[in-house]
Write a protein that binds this ligand. Structure first.
Ligand SMILES: Cc1cc2nc3c(=O)[nH]c(=O)nc-3n(C[C@H](O)[C@H](O)[C@H](O)COP(=O)(O)OP(=O)(O)OC[C@H]3O[C@@H](n4cnc5c(N)ncnc54)[C@H](O)[C@@H]3O)c2cc1C
Length: 815
């Protein structure tokens, strides 16, 4: 009898650890009518040869959540599914060579402890005691992660597979998917054994994900942004000293990560396993001469230890017993990299009912959590934790293959690098340029990439140090600091101009557009010729996104949103779009100049305009400025009198020349951040995320529970309103010292953690370090004293009244 399934709720393509974990989590959620297709045997891709290291450490809150979940799952999995596994929890030590690295560790420790992990800082003598073979003379200290260890990746995958099968799902091995066809909202996945019709499909094809992704292009998809790198580790022969130590102590030595030198070193039986991430790294299958083979199952690249020479010597100096024995076995395998080194987990951009769980560089430690996250996306359409950090929609159309390859090489070669707040990674830049890019550079713009768009972060003056080296610091001070202050003060006293290419903008038209929007947003719509801020909630009442809604006519809108939100927010608007409405993306056709400061009206007048500059806050008008047709929007994220000039790209150079000639001085994104935080204006995916509800986020004034439309999250928000919030948004003034509070710094009160910061910066108009934060509700009374833990230092802070710190009555906006 042919028992090949012909229908399923979900088909997963790829039987590595991630695909199988997704199947397991779907089954646990009750979705047992699901099928996984594996072209070869399970684990045939990258999974079988992985070293199996399982750190919880991450400097990303979301990724740490995912890894933490994996480790707790793995700890109980063998018993849960009755499949014994080799999982050694040895703990790990990260080595710090300098103070900056110790600060990074302090920050990760703070986040880890907030997530319930027992991560600890280590002194040099602690490290020597925990790892007697370690040379420590040149170290500053380290970080102890007690939950780190290593798992057998094949056994892990088989255990998850057993759990999934026991719950009723189907795994089809030696059954490659060969293509997909969309029929209505459903899919047919083709195989040589027959077709499977399903509601949803998931690309978990590991290093083949780009190839599988191409099948979705006719249905709105894009090329999966990724590059396959080669990653090697080698195992030594048995080391007698290690065997003796292990026998007398009854355990393995902890896993070591020398993150400044860039390698891990782990005990494997009684030998060592060294795995470097080398600067002189190698991408594979990126040229026509080196095509990706049809099948690479259970295969490896040839050994290439020469590339690792520096790292081997460094590791032998650090742990001299490493050099006492020869190399036993070398593993050189394919490892996929997305341009930022994080995986793609979530909805497939542009394609309905399709998902991605691929491009994992740390798929063993992330696989458990990724399966949970994907299963949530598939079964509920939203996730427990905000997972924007790994959402595939964080990349848009600028990730051509050249970009992916150059970024992958950069990220791989700096796998353990510190991500300093004023540092911009240099590879593969200039993907999207403003119409006045050259003018901004000529004015001294020190650039940063925002969804591929180059924007000035600050403006250097002759003699300022703009080297990358100068940015290797966590501190507020640096060559940029004085310039940010000048730029912010100029906006306060005169008029500044910010060239802001890449604002995402969508047009929505058609009879019923207004009613459609009312059914999506939590609040009300602006009147014709007005604009307002609108919030979108998920079904749990949490902040999905924020857009500016510009109303041209009864059923004609432009929606403007953050550059990085382009594909995410288009999905939010498009997902339930009724027949008859047209939603179109005009992001690349227009650009924006922000003109703001008390002299902004004088500047616009001097530029020559037919606009009515007396029209109030949140007005918009189609006008001419400096002879150029444009739209003037009366808003300012900087919190001063101001307008945004929105115009077609070819009009921007004349507008820019004119605004400068009229006396406006350029300012950059860093100054804008400082200015907005003094007003308490929230930034997307820091202050505004699905980790918080609208009420927690202090956005209650944008929620109309009494409107007739049943917008997503209405019931949840209604319930929350009755029950009250456990946490609330506050502004804090912090005695911050050298650093402003980074995202997810913990807040302390009476010896307990009572909240966390969502963003921090120095406000030059108020002369104080400011943090926006979520705080236990009973402590949100103005004047309450708390402490913010910034890089391990407890800094005094005071809760502020629920109003902007700068210009609390908004007089300056209304002038
Ligand atoms: C040398 C090395 C060491 C590593 N060490 C670690 C480590 O210590 N810790 C860690 O966390 N990570 C490590 N990694 C990374 C880890 O191996 C990967 O991140 C992980 O295995 C990815 O799992 P996956 O399920 O996404 O992909 P894969 O394991 O590659 O699985 C994808 C599967 O899809 C199948 N497939 C492809 N196309 C089709 C199709 N058309 N139809 C059906 N099936 C298809 C493939 O056969 C494959 O089995 C290491 C990687 C390397 C190279």
């Amino acid at each position: 009898m042919n028992d090949f399934p012909t229908t399923a709720r979900v088909v997963i393509i790829g039987g590595g650890v991630v695909g199988v974990s997704t199947l397991y989590h779907l089954a646990k959620a009750g979705w047992t009518n699901c099928v996984l297709l594996e072209k070869n045997e399970l684990t045939a891709g990258s999974t079988w040869h992985a070293a199996g290291n399982c750190p919880s450490f991450s400097t990303s809150w979301a990724v740490m959540n995912m890894q933490r979940y994996s480790l707790s799952l793995y700890a109980g999995l063998a018993d849960e599914v009755d499949y014994p596994m080799n999982y050694h929890v040895t703990g790990s030590i990260r080595l710090a060579h300098d103070k900056n690295r110790m600060l990074e560790f302090e920050r990760a420790r703070t986040m880890g402890r907030y997530q319930g992990l027992d991560i600890e800082m280590m002194s040099v003598s602690d490290m020597k005691a925990a790892y007697p073979f370690l040379e420590t003379h040149d170290l500053s200290g380290g970080l102890w992660d007690p939950d780190d260890g290593d798992i057998d990746p094949a056994q892990l995958t088989q255990a998850l597979a057993k759990g999934a099968r026991d719950l009723g799902t189907s795994i089809q091995r030696f059954c490659p998917a060969t293509g997909v066809t969309q029929i209505g909202d459903e899919w047919v996945v083709h195989t040589d054994k027959g077709d499977i019709r399903c509601e949803k499909v998931v690309n978990c094809a590991g290093y083949y994900a780009q190839r599988v992704g191409e099948w979705f292009k006719p249905y709105g998809g894009r090329t999966v942004p990724m590059t396959v790198m080669s990653h090697q580790f080698f195992l030594t022969e048995e080391i007698p000293e290690l065997r003796e130590w292990t026998e007398s102590n009854g355990r393995k030595v902890p896993l070591l990560r020398d993150v400044d030198s860039s390698y891990y070193l782990r005990q494997d039986k009684n030998g060592l396993n060294l795995g470097p991430y080398e600067r002189n790294c190698k991408a594979h299958w990126i040229t026509p001469e080196d095509p990706m083979p049809e099948d690479f199952s259970f295969q490896l690249y040839p050994d290439d230890l020469e590339r690792l020479e520096w790292y081997i010597e460094d590791a032998m100096a650090r742990v001299p017993i490493l050099g006492t024995q020869g190399v036993g076995r070398v593993i050189n395998g394919p490892i996929p990299y997305a341009p930022d080194g994080l995986p793609l987990v979530g909805p497939m951009p542009g394609v309905k009912n399709a998902y991605e769980g691929c491009v994992f560089t740390f798929g063993i430690t992330q696989g458990g959590g990724a399966g949970k996250v994907l299963a949530e996306w598939i079964t509920e359409g939203e996730t427990e934790w905000d997972m924007w950090a790994i959402d595939p929609r964080r990349y848009t159309d600028y990730t051509d293959q050249d970009y992916c390859d150059r970024k992958a090489m950069e990220v791989y070669g700096h796998e353990y690098a510190m991500h300093f707040p004023h540092h911009e990674w240099p590879a593969a830049r200039d993907k999207k340029l403003s119409p006045v890019h050259d003018k901004v550079i000529a004015a001294g713009g020190v650039m940063g990439a925002y969804n591929g768009w180059e924007r000035a972060n600050w403006f250097a003056q002759p003699g300022d140090d703009t080297t990358l080296k100068s940015t290797h610091s966590w501190e507020r001070e640096g060559p940029w600091a004085g310039r940010i202050k000048q730029e912010a003060e100029n906006v306060r006293d005169n008029c500044g101009v910010l060239d802001l290419p890449g604002f995402s903008r969508f047009n929505l038209t058609g009879a019923g557009a207004a009613e459609y929007l009312r059914g999506l947003i939590t609040g009300g719509l602006p009147k014709i010729s007005r604009m307002n801020l609108a919030y979108f909630s998920d079904t749990r009442g949490r902040i999905l996104t924020e857009m500016s809604v510009v109303r041209h006519d009864e059923d004609h809108f432009t929606l403007i949103t953050a550059a990085s939100a382009q594909w995410h927010d288009f999905d939010v608007l498009n997902v339930r779009l009724p027949e008859g409405l047209a939603l179109t993306d005009h992001t690349t056709e227009f650009s924006t100049l922000v003109v703001t400061g008390p002299k902004a009206r004088d500047v616009l007048t001097a530029m020559g305009t037919d606009a009515d500059l007396t029209l109030g806050w949140l007005s918009h008008q189609a006008v001419k400025v400096a002879g150029q047709a444009c739209a003037l929007l009366r808003v300012s994220f900087a919190g001063e009198l101001g307008w945004e000039i929105h115009a077609e790209n070819d009009k921007i150079p004349a507008l820019y020349d004119s605004v400068i000639a009229a006396g406006a001085k350029p300012f950059g994104m860093y100054a804008l951040n400082s200015l907005r935080i003094e007003k308490g204006y929230r930034a997307w995916k820091g202050d505004l995320s699905t980790d918080y509800s609208l009420f927690e986020g202090g956005l209650g004034r944008f929620v109309k529970l009494d409107k007739p439309q049943d917008f997503p999250g209405k019931t949840a928000l209604h319930n929350e309103k009755q029950q009250g919030c456990k946490k609330m948004f506050v502004t804090l003034i912090v005695e911050a010292g050298a650093w402003d509070a980074p995202y997810m710094s913990t807040i302390w009160h009476a010896g307990e953690v009572v909240g966390e910061t969502t963003s921090g910066d120095f406000g030059h108009r108020v002369g104080k370090s400011i943090a926006l934060a979520m705080l236990r509700s009973d402590l949100t009374v103005a004047g309450t004293k708390v402490e913010v833990e910034i890089f391990g230092t407890h800094c005094k802070a005071v809760v502020q009244a629920d109003q902007p710190l700068w210009d609390p009555s908004n007089d300056r906006l209304q002038r």
